[in-house]
Structure formats: C-alpha cells, structure tokens
Design a binder for this molecule. Structure first.
Ligand code: NAD
Length: 475
C-alpha cells in the first residue's frame, strides 16, 4: 500500500500541533491560547470552565476504579519529580512574593505523595437475613475549589488528588496573585492525565481569576460542592451560598510551653515551625505563651536555632507599625523573610536569621494578629493554667491549630479540651500536624469551621446507600 506525501505531511503537522499543545509551559511565562482548546483546562469564562468540567465528570463516571487509581498516581508522579517541585516552588515564591522555595518543595512533595487517594473511600456493608446493604462514597460531580495565595500549588495538588480520587471533576478559582503558577500546574496535570487516557478537563480554571469569577463559580448550578481554603471572607461567602460547602479558614496558632517541657527541644521545634515557609502555613506557630520560670531559658535556646530577639521597644513598635494595619496583616509583608523584615525596621541581623522573636504584652499585635510572617510574639505568664487560658483567647475561637510543649499529661489533656482546635500538636513543630514529619496523611485544606477537619477524598464524596433485599449474605 502506498501512502501519499500529503497524508504523511498532514499526520506530521497534526502530531506536532498536539505535542506543542500538550506541552506544559514554563512557570512564569504568559499562558498560550486561552479557552481550553489545547486541553490545558484554562478557559476564557467561568461558565466555560464549569461546563467543560461537567462534561468531563460525566465521562469520568464511566471510568473504572482502576482508572481512577491510575489518574491519581499520574498526578502524584507529575507533581513530585524533583525538577517540577523545584520549578513550581521557586515560581510560586516569585509570583506571590511570599514564602521560601525550599520549604515549599517539602510542602508540595507532601501534597503529591501523602494525600490519600482512592483507598480513602472505603465501602461499609451490612449483611444479614434481609440481604445486603452497602454505603458507598459517591462523587458530588463538579466541585468548585477556591485556593489561597499562601499555598497556591500545594492546595491545587492536594485538592486535585482528593477530589478526583472521590470521582469528581474540579474547577479551581485561584487567588489572582497566583494565576501564572496555578495555570502552569493545571496545564501540567491535564497534559499528564491526557497521556494516561483520562477525560479532558477533569481540572479546569479561568484565564483571569477574580472575585467576580469566584462568585460566578459559586452561583453556577453545575457546581455541587464548594471548598474554600482561605481567610474569613471567602469562608463566609461559601457558607452563605446556599450550597453544600467546606470552609477551611484562618488560624492564629498559639504554642504553650510549661515548666515540665524539654526546653531545648521546644525551642528548636518552635523556631522550625514558626519559620517554616516564612510562617505562611495557617498551622504555623503565631505566638508563644510561656510560663515565667522557663521563659528566659526558652528564648536563650531559640537563639541557637536562628532566632533573633528584638528587645528595643522602639524597634518592636517600628516593626508593628508596618506589618499590620487595623488588626490585619499587611499583604505586602506576608511571607517575607525575617532578614527583610528586620532591614525595614532598621535592625541589623546576621545572614541566615530565620525568625524574629519579641517579648510583648498579651494584647500586642504580634500575639493577636494572624501575621503569617516570621515574627513571633512571646507572652510570659505565671503558670500553666494562665498559659492555657491565654492560648484559648489568642486562638480567637478559630478552632484551627494549637501546639503545646509539656511532659505533664494532665496539662496536655486540659489544653486539648479547652482549646478545641482541629489540630493539636504536642511536643513537636506545628507542621507535624499536617503530615510533614508527623504521623497521618497530608492535607492543605483544614476545615475547622465546618468540621471535616483534615480533608481527604471521603470529605469530597456523598454517602449513598444501596440495598439488595433477601440475598448475598453467606454468613
Ligand atoms: P484570602 O482569603 O485573601 O484568599 C483566599 C481565596 O479566596 C483567594 O482565591 C481569593 O481570591 C478568594 N477570595 C477572598 N475573598 C473573596 C471574596 N470576598 N469573594 C470571592 N473570592 C474571594 O486568603 P489568602 O491571603 O490567599 O490566604 C491566607 C488565609 O487563608 C489565611 O487566613 C490562612 O489562615 C488561610 N488558610 C487556611 C487554610 C486552611 O486549611 N484552613 C489553608 C491555607 C490558608
């Protein structure tokens, strides 16, 4: 059989076009042709993004559980290779102006490798004289997921794995300040999913993220579940949308240190946790409440691990004057390195300084405001009971995260009962609570307000009962 040169040239042209369209762009470069025509999942309008995801979900319904496992593994693989981790972490820091690329690598790796997959949705069954009944986790359909600037890629990876494992498609609404890196990541994941044979557009977003587009997503009838990871404003919005919503909101985690604690270890853990990704994680230690008898030793030990104590009240007030306004962190200083914050306050600190610490009154903004920058207020109190009371107050009822360093089981229990946080880390850095260096799976959507806790696939699924009358019980 002879093949015409025209046919050969047409096949070559088509193949080249497909390969170019599927190739993920470099992070930081402008996005190519919008509209999702290239299979990358980026659409000009929110309606298009939702409708494409809805079509994808209907096709996904016909895929097997084996297919789902394969697609989840594909996301893990494409998000966890060293080059991709480095590039996405560096590009996220560059675009948002927040955080530390090395720590973001750890967070992205944990999201890719330690987010539970299909194994998280385990079927329950009853069998007996009347037959067999199962409860299965079934998809919602299209999920609208809103992601924060502070963890832009971590949340997309974590949510994509959990939501697809539960059989959904997902439309992301990223923070406008993280548009380029989110586009890059979504294109990369979709390209890999296409190679693996998945329906196109299981993960979509819009070309220009904005509050208007987020609102359009929330209102679209095809979006059946909203998942908001962010501050109080967006959590309030999804909870008043009239739709099923999961709200993962703000925190202000206190770290209590009592007189029984292993103080050198507590000091090291607190510096590690509070400086991790320049204090961006919602789980990171935001203030320390320490018992008077060990406060001096604690501060002394913290200095051995890259903390610098700011003692001059005038410098403390200079710092406070530009990092917070009206009880809120100033966005342009969120996630900045300790050295940059010190320089702006006119304070000379050694290279490699990871954290600024300052002993302040309980009412100070370094204690009360969720700063998300490596500045840690330390409050000295008379005993552990006062420390627990103050920690509960500083947490502001967010029910998010708390840390305690103590070897007194009764004090640890009292704190856990009083503070009611979703995460309570004892004798470790705060990031142990999100599956980094601690037991348990990783998550970047911690739903305190709505109670799901550290979310995973089962939280993105509906529980459905199937009843077979009169058979299949062989007991
Ligand atoms: P943010 O609330 O400013 O933005 C979060 C997302 O919501 C963004 O995509 C933003 O565009 C969108 N958004 C905000 N207000 C909106 C509105 N009125 N209408 C529509 N969309 C809106 O938060 P951020 O600065 O990006 O992230 C930091 C906050 O998120 C902190 O408070 C932190 O504690 C919290 N956070 C919580 C978790 C968690 O799992 N609980 C995880 C990460 C961050």
């Amino acid at each position: 059989m002879s093949i015409s040169p025209e046919l050969v040239s047409r096949i070559v042209r088509q193949t080249v076009q497909e390969v170019v369209a599927r190739r993920p762009e470099e992070p930081g470069r402008a996005a190519p042709a919008p509209g999702g025509r290239d299979g990358g999942g980026i659409f000009a309008t929110m309606d298009d993004a939702v409708e494409a995801a809805d079509r994808a979900w209907r096709q996904y319904l016909d895929c097997s559980m084996r297919d789902r496992r394969c697609y989840v593994q594909t996301i893990r693989d494409v998000c966890s290779d060293d080059a991709a981790l480095r590039r996405m972490s560096e590009a996220a820091v560059e675009e948002t102006g927040m955080g530390d690329a090395r720590d973001k690598c750890l967070k992205n790796r944990a999201a890719a490798l330690d987010t539970p997959g299909v194994e998280d949705i385990v079927t329950e069954a009853w069998s007996g004289d009347d037959g067999l009944t199962t409860i299965e986790f079934s998809p919602f359909g299209v999920i609208g997921a809103i992601t924060p600037t502070t963890n832009p890629t971590e949340t997309v990876i974590n949510n994509s794995i959990g939501m697809l494992a539960a059989g959904n498609a997902v439309v992301f609404s990223p923070h406008p300040r993280a548009t380029r890196i989110t586009h890059w990541l979504i294109r990369r994941i979709n390209a890999a999913l296409a190679e693996a044979g998945a329906p196109a557009n299981l993960i979509t977003t819009v070309e220009r993220p904005s509050i208007e587009n987020t609102n359009a997503m929330m209102a679209h009838p095809a979006v059946r579940l909203l998942v908001a990871t962010g501050g109080p404003g967006i959590v309030r919005s999804v909870l008043s949308s009239g739709k099923k919503a999961i709200g993962a909101g703000a925190g202000n985690p206190p770290a209590v240190v009592d007189a029984t604690a292993d103080i050198p270890q507590a000091a090291e853990d607190i510096v590690d946790g509070a400086s991790f990704d320049n204090n961006l994680p919602c789980t990171a230690e935001k203030e320390v409440i320490a018992v008077d008898s060990i406060t001096d030793l604690l501060k002394f030990e913290m200095l051995k691990h890259g903390a610098v104590e700011v003692r001059d009240p005038a410098v403390i007030e200079r710092l406070a004057s530009f990092v917070a306004k009206d009880g809120h962190a100033v966005a342009s200083w969120v996630g900045k390195p300790a050295t940059a914050l010190a320089a702006e306050a006119g304070l000379s600190v050694p290279d490699g300084t990871r954290l600024l610490i300052a002993e302040v009154p309980f009412e100070h903004t370094f204690v009360q405001t969720e700063l998300m920058m490596p500045i840690l207020g330390i409050v000295r109190v008379k005993d552990v009971d006062e420390a627990i009371d103050k920690a509960v107050e500083a947490e502001h009822g967010n029910r998010h995260t708390a840390v305690m360093h103590s070897l007194d089981v009764r004090a640890l229990t009292r704190m856990g009962k009083r503070i009611q946080t979703t995460i309570f880390v004892k004798n470790g850095p705060s990031y142990n609570g999100i599956g980094i260096g601690g037991e348990g799976h990783a998550t970047f959507t911690i739903a305190g307000p709505t109670g799901e806790g550290l979310t995973s696939a089962r939280n993105f699924a509906r529980r459905r009962r199937c009843v077979l009358k009169g058979g299949l019980s062989v007991r």
